[in-house]
Write a protein that binds this ligand. Structure first.
Ligand code: AMP
Ligand code: ZN
Length: 116
């Protein structure tokens, strides 16, 4: 846990969030500023600042994140229409929160361009 990390605060319950999933290792909640009708952030509870800080021992966690995305997609009934997953890293990507997270975007036909 990192003192000044907004996602660590959400994980500790110090900041409210609209949770859609939680277990011992992973939390998922609605993005406060959604860019699509469904915009969920899937976040490991372990504080890992950026994708560049992912270590071999985190392999299980990263794989589990995709299993959780799979479950949420089915729970929300978006598996048929589909969705997009995005993870930003560093300044050119516009990463704002330095705690890795995976944006699950769905609920409308997304543009074919994945960069803007
Ligand atoms: P990124 O630009 O990939 O770092 O994305 C950070 C995301 O976190 C943005 O889409 C923000 O809208 C979202 N965000 C920031 N603070 C909160 C919060 N307290 N609750 C939910 N989402 C948040
Ligand atoms: Zn954190």
């Amino acid at each position: 846990m990192e003192e000044n990390c907004v996602f660590c605060k959400i994980i500790k319950g110090e900041i409210p969030s609209d949770k859609v999933y939680e277990d011992e290792e992973i939390i998922a909640f609605k993005d406060i500023n959604p860019v699509t009708p469904i915009h969920i952030l899937v976040v490991p509870k372990k504080h890992i600042a950026t994708l560049l800080d992912v270590k071999k021992e985190d392999s299980y966690l990263i794989s589990k994140i995709y299993q959780v995305i799979n479950k949420i997609a089915k729970d929300l009934g978006i598996e048929e229409n589909g969705f997009r997953v995005i993870a930003n890293c560093g300044k050119d990507s516009g990463q704002e929160v330095m705690h890795i997270h995976f944006h699950l975007l769905a609920g409308k036909k997304l543009g074919t361009k994945i960069v803007g």
